[in-house]
Design a protein around this ligand. Structure first.
Ligand SMILES: N[C@@H](CCC(=O)N[C@@H](CS)C(=O)NCC(=O)O)C(=O)O
Length: 225
């Protein structure tokens, strides 16, 4: 049985989980504490990062993009387009998604209101660029659900939680992005890639960053009304 070494909040883990679920692959999930990494984890994760996939033969693979490609290749059907150029484009926009994740980390770590607003504007610009690339839904390139959709589900999930405490306003005039976001949110494999208490856990994590957003989360939690 395949084992995936995971962390409850990690968006790169979520990509791998979504692909496993899209491909109907049985797997076992082992959550670890990244603040207190077990010794066995260090020996299978050269970069000290999750996800790590441990195959049935007990061989380990690290890096989510590599894991997702491997899972896609060893199972029937492909989550990538058949056309080579289209496939390359998808991979390019997957990389764009990783850039978005770095910006999201900058957002929740921004120490001041000014720094926070600057990252917010950058994110709004990035989503506008994405809007220009999107075609008719429901997914990135229509139907069917692709690997790239597995990458953006976890990205949009952050905003579902952040929006509950602060009006970020990063999805301005991007109706196709908004529709894509809603369709991913409704997808069973995307929804179930995290546990039911993910929003509370994410808010607790952000609250402890000592950042501008931490103070907004603290305010919201103290007075949910
Ligand atoms: N490029 C890596 C990024 C994975 C990554 O950054 N994982 C984070 C958690 S989301 C991690 O394990 N960080 C190590 C740490 O916090 O010590 C991938 O795609 O798998």
């Amino acid at each position: 049985m395949i084992e995936l070494i995971t962390h409850v909040l990690c968006p790169y883990v979520q990509r791998s989980v979504i692909v496993l679920q899209e491909k109907d692959m049985p797997y076992r999930r082992t959550d670890i504490d990244l603040a207190n990494k077990p010794d066995w984890f260090r020996s299978i994760s050269p970069l000290g990062k999750v996800p790590v996939l441990v195959t049935g033969e007990r061989r380990s693979l690290f890096e989510s993009a590599v894991i997702c490609e491997y899972l896609n290749e060893i199972t029937p059907g492909s989550l990538h387009p058949e056309d080579a150029l289209e496939r390359a484009e998808h991979r390019a926009w997957i990389e764009f998604g990783s850039g978005l994740l770095n910006r999201i980390a900058q957002l929740y770590n921004a120490p001041t209101r000014e720094a926070f607003d600057a990252v917010r504007e950058t994110l709004a610009d990035l989503f506008r660029q994405l809007e220009d690339r999107l075609e008719e839904g429901p997914f990135f390139s229509g139907e069917p659900f692709r690997m790239i959709d597995a990458v953006y589900g976890p990205i949009f999930r952050y905003f579902d939680v952040f929006d509950s405490v602060v009006d970020l306003d990063v999805f301005r005039e991007v109706p196709r992005v908004q529709a894509w976001r809603a369709n991913l949110e409704a997808r069973e494999t995307v929804r179930t890639a995290v546990s039911a208490d993910y929003p509370e856990r994410l808010l607790a994590f952000v609250r402890n960053r000592g950042s501008y957003l931490s103070s907004r989360v603290a305010e919201a939690l103290a007075d949910p009304a």
